[in-house]
Write a protein that binds this ligand. Structure first.
Ligand code: FES
Ligand code: FES
Length: 206
């Protein structure tokens, strides 16, 4: 005989997933070149239940239905609607998809969603304070106008925020090395670094 409580909580969980997905249902849900992109969702079926998990993103527990091979970048953008995380190369080369996982910068395009179960994820949307005050590194971007198209900006900001957690008072050279895993197609690295250094100063109250 089936456990009624388990069924009820599972039903509630699936309802939460559906509610979350509804917010981004109009987004183009595309898994580029992935032959499993058409993998059927079978509500209530065993395969579907294995895909359900709760992610802690920006301080909130978010129920989500993620395929086993799904990357965190895809889940954040197309399941949770957090499109501030960009996908550039989609193969661990450019850093546009950088988020913090337990305070450590990670390429979300190369991190499986199921691998970060139970961890604390922070995206660019989670940096500002509750009253809307921008994070000091974001303020540094505004003041210095360090980017051109700014596609790479969220990744640089997240990489810098992560780096400053362990090295709050870096030299310019140290910060350049610390965020060297991030690339910019517009290639004004000097201005970007100036903006990030300004953000570091604001964090220290300089
Ligand atoms: S999109 Fe993840 S490293 Fe380029
Ligand atoms: S400012 Fe355009 S990619 Fe960096």
């Amino acid at each position: 005989m089936e456990d009624t409580n388990l069924n009820v909580s599972r039903r509630n969980f699936i309802k939460g997933v559906i509610a979350t997905g509804a917010a981004v249902s109009s987004a183009a849900y595309v898994f580029r070149g992935n032959p499993l992109s058409g993998q059927a969702s079978t509500p209530g079926g065993i395969g579907n239940v294995e895909r359900l998990l709760t992610l802690n993103v920006n301080g909130q527990d978010r129920p989500v239905d993620a395929m086993k091979q799904e990357t965190l970048a895809m889940t954040l953008r197309y399941k949770l609607g957090l499109t501030g995380t960009k996908i550039g190369c989609d193969r661990a080369e450019c850093g546009a998809c950088t988020v913090l996982v337990d305070d450590v910068p990670r390429y979300s395009c190369s991190t499986l969603t199921h691998a970060v179960r139970g961890k604390k994820i922070v995206t660019i949307e989670g940096l500002a304070a509750a009253d809307g005050t921008l994070h000091p590194v974001q303020q540094g971007v505004v003041v210095e106008q360090g980017f051109q198209c700014a596609f790479c900006m969220p990744g640089f900001v997240m990489a810098t925020v992560g780096y400053l957690k362990t090295t709050p008072n870096p030299t310019r050279a140290e910060l350049a090395h610390g965020i060297s895993g991030n690339l910019c197609r517009c290639q004004d690295y000097d201005k970007i670094l100036t903006a990030m250094m300004h953000g570091a100063e604001l964090m220290r109250g300089v």
